[in-house]
Design a protein around this ligand. Sequence first.
Ligand SMILES: Nc1ncnc2c1ncn2[C@@H]1O[C@H](COP(=O)(O)OP(=O)(O)OP(=O)(O)O)[C@@H](O)[C@H]1O
Ligand SMILES: [Mg+2]
Length: 365
Amino acid sequence: MQLKQLRLHRFRSYAQLALMPPAGLTVFVGENGAGKTNLLEAVHLCCLGRSHRTSNDQDMIQVGADTAAVHATVQRGPLTDEVGVRLFQQQRQKKLIYVGGKTVPRIGELMGHMTCVMFSPEDLEIIKGGPQLRRRFVDMMLSQCLPGYFYALQHYNAVLKQRNALLKMIAREGADARQLNVWDEQLAAASPPLVRARRQAAARLGELAGQHYAYIGGRPEETLAVRYQGSLAESETIDADHLQALARSREDDLRRLTTAHGPHRDDLLFTLSGQELRSFASQGQIRTAVLSLRLAEIDILTQAQGDAPLLLLDDVLSELDLGRRARLLSGLQHVQTLLTCTDLGEVEDLSPACVLRVKPGEILQ
Ligand SMILES: Nc1ncnc2c1ncn2[C@@H]1O[C@H](COP(=O)(O)OP(=O)(O)OP(=O)(O)O)[C@@H](O)[C@H]1O
Ligand SMILES: [Mg+2]
């Protein structure tokens, strides 16, 4: 896949910008705060309809503007595709999603037209942070490569919200607890597509990330493994087991006013040679593990789409030793890559197709 053109309007530090990155590697160099990550964020927004670093869309609108827009043109084989997102400062105005020049009613329709894998310094949190970050990682990957996954997730979350709201109404207003039966059934019916997809994703990620780790880490005795954890992780009859678990925990749920069982509590466990990574590994080992995971994500998306995703490398090279860097980049020759750095010394040996200087609000050749 190739990003042919990116256009920004009132997006973060950019009032107006058009970029036409060539195939291969484009380097964005600039001081801290110049606006490098903003560019990668704009690409991410076109792929997934949301930022990789904030859950508040309004943050991306330029200060003082009412609306911001990002549009991208991508080439996939012989096909040219256009996607875009428009954001509004007013909370009640929903963001607009464009595909092929027309607005589409649902954000799920955006996904899969343009795909990306982002490497950013915050990725370490996938391993070190809470389980919701690991779920988000898997969910974003699956939303990009598995048609229908995003809708299944949205549906599950909507039902979960209803069940939790009812738990509160029962506890606070004495509503009839039997009403929960309907939501238990719906929630249990919504979980199998998520559990199956995540189970398969964890297995693939484990296999592929394990291989990448062995290569980049350069230490064959260290093996990275990924395991899917959740109350339904091993279940063969997911909906029936989920329904039973919901019934068993109903009393507890009513006391805690939240739903204890289901894929919304899933987690991924990362181990290095059998030891849990987050509590055991060094900073460098965690960094290598995260890169391996992202590389596995590229493999999975490439396989699903028949075309490599765009690669967004935000400030990650300087953190790696030379050997790891060289091994990382040797595998990425065929992928269009947008890379940011603060110092061109970091990319001296990479022979980029294009180097662009980023200054607040503008980009110079
Ligand atoms: N909504 C906004 N409106 C206007 N400017 C913004 C907005 N959001 C962020 N900025 C500006 O963008 C800049 C940050 O941009 P960005 O995160 O892309 O920097 P960077 O080049 O990646 O820096 P670093 O090297 O530190 O990562 C900040 O200086 C901030 O002033
Ligand atoms: Mg940055």
